[in-house]
Design a protein around this ligand. Structure first.
Ligand SMILES: [Zn+2]
Length: 307
């Protein structure tokens, strides 16, 4: 190949005739290498231009996304504050309801932390965000975690209040609170009084309500009939009577009845008709002898009539 020349035929623009040049191999290789390097340079420059353009486009996009995210975070912060106010309102009414049903109040510090107490999460997995000082999102997450715990505590408390309230209602419905007969006249109060048979001063362990024979006698609270006595001796003791157990250590007794309308073991509600006024047993005329027994002790039934 050395020394040989190569013939190149080419057409230049606007020229109809073919031109011919000849050069040596060495020169041709040198020229080719230069052209290749030049092309490579052009490609690198173009790549650089495109890379820069892409990078700038990316930065512009990220910056736009970043500012949108900031706006979104601000909106979230506002919403969190809004929810915070609502949770505080729920907590306040929870406090009021706890007082209403006589439950102990929830300590303010416990309220602030909610169910589960001090948050276990350290938020360390968001270190890249917090290091950059852009920790608004982490702060919002902390607040949401706290609100979630506070709501959980409020829900627990609500269940507790409901349970307590139902228990209170049950106790209330089992506590004697009405007059055992409608109308009538209290002819003997609780305490000491003169015995109508012997004229002696004796303790009177209930109240007497005088009313016409056959007047309805009502259970004064919910409970269960534990004693029915239908046999009696004239001028002695309670005559025909009924005892109701109301639970919570409270019983009521209805004596001197002319008729008993319930059976032993039967559940009764407040206002259930349990018998009729009479004068059976130690009695001088139709009346109801009504007793309230609390923890085995006879109490003044007057305290148990709230109407
Ligand atoms: Zn009496």
């Amino acid at each position: 190949m050395q020394g040989k020349r190569i013939q190149l035929i080419y057409f230049s623009m606007g020229d109809s005739e073919a031109k011919q040049i000849s050069m040596g191999w060495k020169k041709l290789i040198g020229l080719g290498s230069a052209a290749f390097l030049f092309l490579l340079l052009i490609v690198f420059m173009l790549l650089n231009v495109f890379t820069n353009a892409f990078h700038n486009w990316q930065v512009a996009n990220l910056s736009k996304a970043n500012s949108q995210l900031k706006n979104l975070l601000n909106e979230m912060e506002e919403k969190v504050q809004n929810i915070e106010q609502k949770v505080a309102f729920i907590e306040k009414s929870d406090d009021d309801l706890r007082i209403f049903v006589d439950l102990p109040e929830i300590n303010e510090d416990i309220r602030k932390l909610g169910r589960g107490g001090q948050a276990q999460e350290t938020y360390s997995s968001y270190s890249a965000i917090t290091q950059n000082g852009r920790n608004e999102a982490v702060e919002i997450k902390k607040k949401l975690d706290n609100l979630s715990q506070r709501m959980d505590l409020a829900i627990d408390s609500r269940d507790e209040i409901e349970k307590e309230y139902n228990e209170d209602l049950k106790k209330l419905s089992h506590t004697p609170s009405i007059r055992p007969i409608k109308g009538g006249r209290v002819s003997a109060k609780f305490g000491r009084r003169r015995d109508p048979f012997t004229n002696e001063l004796k303790p009177h362990e209930g109240i007497d309500i005088t009313a016409a024979r056959g007047t309805d006698v009502y259970a004064t609270a919910d409970g269960k009939v534990i004693e029915v006595n239908n046999s009696y001796t004239p001028n002695k003791s309670y005559g025909k009577y009924v005892t109701i157990d109301h639970g919570y250590g409270i019983q009521t007794k209805y004596a001197h009845l002319s008729k008993v309308l319930i059976k032993q073991g039967q559940p009764v509600s407040r206002h259930s008709i349990i018998g009729k006024v009479g004068s059976t047993g130690r009695s001088t005329g139709p009346h109801l002898h009504y007793e309230v027994i609390e923890d085995g002790e006879k109490k003044d039934p007057g305290y148990y009539i709230v109407e």
